[in-house]
Ligand binder design. Structure first.
Ligand code: GLU
Ligand code: MG
Length: 458
């Protein structure tokens, strides 16, 4: 039963029964509390918890949560839309029993992603996880499945107050072995925690910016990749705390330096065959693979509002930072917003994929995957073709820059018919309202002020 769409009496009974079995197993493994998490439209992961004995009731009926979270900003202030905001109302946050995960780094706790439903058991139109699931199902209806994964970048710093400048956990050269040695126990404990949580790490390495690291995981379906992105962050945070570190997934942590990306990798499969390879289009893309990527490229300015969702995102999304600041694509081009990756000769049928690079750590991963899939399917629908490939650095060429501010991104988002149709007016309206409210919040702020206000929020 993947997620909760509508809770009928029978489904509630089934879920309750199943949750009793899950709860007994969790209790036997020492779990005391289950944390049910969801991500708001500002990209903040919020949580409600229940003692493990309450899991059956939560699985059948959900736990209460205000619909006002749909219009929360990253600083916990609120905006409103005709559909959302204000103190009145209640939603039911329902844990997905298929994705309950016992935390290795927080003894006594398990995590479960939540779907948000109305009190009558019908879906809440602004549930981001359901949006991702709907888009995944729309791909499925066309005989397509997705293999998806987020790269998670973060900066680790010594514990301190929010208003103190960060003292990073390790200096040393970008991608430098020195950083690995200096943080040896920390990084080992991370690998141990992921292994105990049965998560398949592909790679863990020091990144460019001081104190920065990156981890990536085996691809999953679109909703699973978003679930994983959140649990990975909780795990990194918990292991970091045990080492006296705090972590930031914010788009920019140190003003002027390279930021934290949240690159989205994606391949499209038809009857078990990778549509990103083996075709007769450019770089052996299939027609479907090309049309999907062309749809993503077509919607990219609008997608920026989804995947680069903070005022700080536009301090990261600048040329020559490998952030993908240009609306173009290229084979293994780290300055193009869409980087095509074919992989090594010999394993391309399995490994070929595309990476959306302009997304960062502030993004709600459910909205990000849902919106990219919506754009790609629109490309297939309209049989779009890719424009000419960008071969070198797009900076200084006639390549189009992606939006340079939240306002520009929100304008493009409001113009996108593909995203409006996929999201529906309530979700589209809330995302746009949150972007515009955050733009107002930071109007006139210096880059240093934006970074200081957002650094520890994500
Ligand atoms: N940290 C860079 C970013 O902001 C990405 C570096 C890389 O290519 O992995 O997206
Ligand atoms: Mg990276």
């Amino acid at each position: 039963m993947p997620g909760a769409d509508t809770l009928t009496t029978e489904i509630r009974a089934e879920r309750g029964a199943r949750a009793r079995v899950v709860a007994a197993d969790l209790a036997a493994r020492g779990v005391v509390g289950v944390a049910i998490h969801w991500v708001d439209n500002a990209g903040i992961c919020r949580v409600k918890t229940v003692p493990v004995r309450q899991l059956p009731h939560a699985a059948a009926w959900g736990v209460g949560a205000s619909p006002a979270f749909d219009v929360f900003l990253a600083d916990d202030s609120m905006t409103e839309t005709p559909w959302s905001g204000g103190p009145v109302g209640d939603l039911r946050l329902v844990p997905d029993l298929d994705r309950v995960l016992v935390s290795a780094a927080q003894p006594g706790w398990a995590w479960a992603p939540g779907d948000r439903l109305r009190q009558d058991g019908t879906p809440h139109p602004l549930c981001a996880r359901r949006f991702a699931r709907r888009m995944q199902a729309a791909a499925g209806e066309r005989g397509l499945s997705l293999r998806t994964g987020f790269e998670i970048e973060w900066v680790a710093a010594h514990a301190g107050a929010d208003d103190e400048p960060p003292v990073v956990a390790a200096e040393g050269p970008a991608y430098g072995a020195r950083r690995l040695v200096e943080c040896s126990d920390y990084l080992r404990d991370l690998l141990v925690a992921f292994a105990e949580q049965d998560m398949t790490v592909l790679q863990l390495h020091p990144e460019y910016t001081p104190g920065q690291f990156e981890v990536s995981f085996a691809p999953e379906d679109a909703v699973g990749a978003a679930d994983t992105a959140m649990v990975v962050r909780h795990t990194i945070r918990a292991v970091s705390a045990r080492h006296g570190f705090r972590v930031s997934f914010a788009p920019v942590v140190l003003p002027g330096s390279v930021g934290n990306g949240g690159h989205l990798h994606l391949s499209l499969w038809q009857e078990g065959v990778n549509a990103m390879q083996g075709g007769d289009r450019v770089h052996a893309l299939t027609f479907v693979g090309e049309a999907f990527l062309a749809g993503v490229l077509d919607a990219l300015p609008a997608l920026t509002a989804v995947g680069a969702s903070s005022a700080a995102s536009f301090l990261r999304l600048v040329p020559s930072h490998w952030a993908g600041a240009f609306r173009c694509w290229g084979l293994e081009n780290r300055e193009a917003a869409v980087r095509l990756i074919t992989g090594s000769v010999g394993e391309r049928a399995a490994s070929a994929n595309a990476e959306v690079k302009c997304f960062d750590g502030a993004a709600n991963p459910y909205l990000a995957v849902g919106a990219v899939v919506a754009a790609g399917l629109d490309g297939i629908e309209r049989r779009l073709l890719l424009p000419r490939e960008t071969l070198g650095n797009p900076d200084g060429t006639d390549a189009e820059r992606l939006p340079a501010s939240l306002v520009e991104a929100a304008d493009a988002f409001d113009r996108s018919q593909a995203l409006a149709a996929a999201m529906g007016p309530e979700l589209q309206g809330a995302v746009a309202a949150v972007r515009r409210a955050e733009a107002v919040r930071f109007a006139g702020s210096t880059p240093e002020e934006v970074v200081a206000a957002t650094r520890w929020r994500y």
